[in-house]
Design a protein around this ligand. Structure first.
Ligand code: GDP
Ligand code: MN
Length: 387
């Protein structure tokens, strides 16, 4: 789960990580009032769940409250396109108004999981303010990593090691190490999957400050953080993914292809996507209906898949273990009957109560192209989608 910069910064402040003074606004008038209250030159920052806002025109400096009002008027309501939003961009609904910072240096600092070693790591670079992926590709030696032992936790010497690598010595050393330790504590206590400060700045008056903040949280741990769940902004999420969650299908991810997939089991769903690609097609989604002896689950899944106008064929790949093929068949028939535009269906069904399921499909009279194995199913789905 993602949150907005202004929400991330409130959490940072709660963990004593220094941030610029500021507040979020939904209207230009509010922006002006906040700028007046701050009484200094401000920066007006678009709040969307994507970075690269500076490049896209979503961040403007304002010397006076009237300028802040004008800038907010330009940014609120705009469809902001950044390297991270995709070409369709995101509608901006809120702006963060902050006191302007006099920047001496821009650095990068993050806490994240390094899955290759199964540990949280601190990652830092002197090349701040730019995409860290670019730095990793062009100047990998400029990225410094320190792994944290989960049993021992953050050790101050590890913070000092990274701070020195970032040129944060002298008077900056203690506040830099404190910042790292505090961000690490937030990361662990809130079950974050990423806590990124880019840029972490050294100000002209020699302080360290989180000028930007990005926090992602582990959805699997969200149930134990009601405070984090309260920060969710569904307007920033894919509408079909939001609907899938509301209808009991937690494992749905929309993709760009044209073959909709209804599969039970995450591993089988991955294999199905691979088979489609191998057959020369592109999946329209990842979807796992899980073990569901509930025809309505199938109806809901098909409803979501057919709401995507790109979908030209649907591939059912069901292995009836705990799930029963007759129940799935009942769902396919009900879903087919409620489908507004008939999209061709290919089904590879196997396992428990297969014969009953096949008989129900045959008796229903609906047209379902059958396949006996996954390769054949994928080829037939690709053919149906391109027909
Ligand atoms: P992002 O583009 O979405 O990552 O947004 P950031 O919050 O990282 O801001 C992008 C860039 O805008 C930063 O790297 C800074 O160079 C600049 N910027 C943001 N806030 C300030 C500020 O208060 N003062 C100055 N001088 N520059 C700022
Ligand atoms: Mn940034």
């Amino acid at each position: 789960m993602k949150v907005h910069e202004y929400q991330a910064k409130e959490l940072l402040a709660h963990y004593s990580v220094p941030i610029p003074k500021g507040r979020v606004a939904s209207t230009p008038a509010e922006a002006k009032a906040i700028a007046t209250e701050l009484g200094v030159a401000v920066v007006v920052k678009a709040q969307i769940h994507a970075g690269g806002r500076g490049k896209g025109g979503g961040i403007k400096l304002a010397a006076t409250p009237v300028e802040a009002e004008t800038a907010a008027g330009q940014i609120i309501g705009m469809t902001l396109v950044t390297p991270q939003t995709g070409p369709e961009g995101r509608l901006v609904r809120k702006v963060l108004i902050e006191e302007q910072t006099q920047i001496d240096r821009e650095l990068y600092f993050a806490v994240l999981i390094d899955s290759s070693i199964g540990r949280a790591i601190l990652m830092g670079s002197q090349a701040g303010g730019m995409e860290i992926e670019e730095v990793a590709a062009s100047n990998p030696e400029q990225i410094h990593r320190v792994a944290i032992d989960p049993a021992a936790g953050f050790q101050p010497y590890q913070g000092r090691e990274l701070a020195f690598a970032l040129g944060l010595d002298g008077d900056l050393l203690r506040p830099a190490v404190a910042l790292m330790q505090n961000l690490y504590r937030l990361f662990i206590e809130k079950d974050a999957s990423l806590a990124e400060i880019n840029p972490l700045v050294v100000t002209k008056d020699n302080r360290v400050l989180a000028l930007d903040a990005k926090l992602n949280f582990d959805d699997n741990a969200a149930f134990r953080h009601q405070d984090i769940l309260a920060l969710r902004d569904v307007e920033e999420e894919d509408p079909l993914e939001v609907r899938a969650q509301a209808e009991g299908i937690s494992n749905y991810v929309k993709l760009d292809g044209n073959i909709g997939c209804v599969v039970n089991g995450a591993g089988l769903a991955m294999a199905t996507m691979d088979a489609i690609k191998l057959a020369g097609g592109e999946p329209a989604n990842f979807l796992d209906i899980a073990t569901a002896n509930d025809p309505q689950r199938v109806v809901n899944a098909l409803g979501i898949i057919t709401s995507d106008p790109n979908v030209k064929a649907i591939l059912f790949n069901i292995f009836g273990g705990m799930a029963r093929v007759d129940v799935i068949a009942e769902g396919i028939i009900a879903a087919h009957n409620s489908m507004p535009a008939k999209v061709p269906i290919v089904a590879r069904l196997a396992g428990t109560n297969l014969d009953e399921g096949l008989k129900m499909l045959a008796d229903s009279g609906i047209h379902v192209e059958r396949a006996d194995d996954l390769g054949e199913a994928a080829r037939k789905a690709v053919a149906a989608a391109t027909a």
